[in-house]
Design a protein. Sequence first.
Length: 135
Amino acid sequence: MPIKKRILCPERLRKVPPQFSWVDQRLVRQHYVERCEPAALALYLVLVTVADAEGLSYYSDASLERMLGLDHPGLCAARQQLREHGLVAHQQPLYQVLALEAPPAPPTPATPGRAAQCLSFQEVLQRLAQPGGQP
């Protein structure tokens, strides 16, 4: 059965950045590179390289593990790190490389209608840790 691609996070659809390359220079300027482990950066490079114009790809875990020389827990950790830093969205089997945002602002209280917004794992945990917090 063919995989039907769908955009996972439309509000973060990537565009060619002003410096004209798919690998956005803000990865360095905004210190994403310093916050990610080498395995996560390698996974990001593969995903940026194989993604279509909307940032979508659907490589299997087994293919990515083989390509990157990672075991399954290593791939899961790398993927989670990219998700936490807002670099990719993932819903098995799809990946979406996300447009880079400005450095994160302090969390704001949840408002009605935000349920469809993509949140990083870190944002969800921060909200849950607040008194009466909800993701």
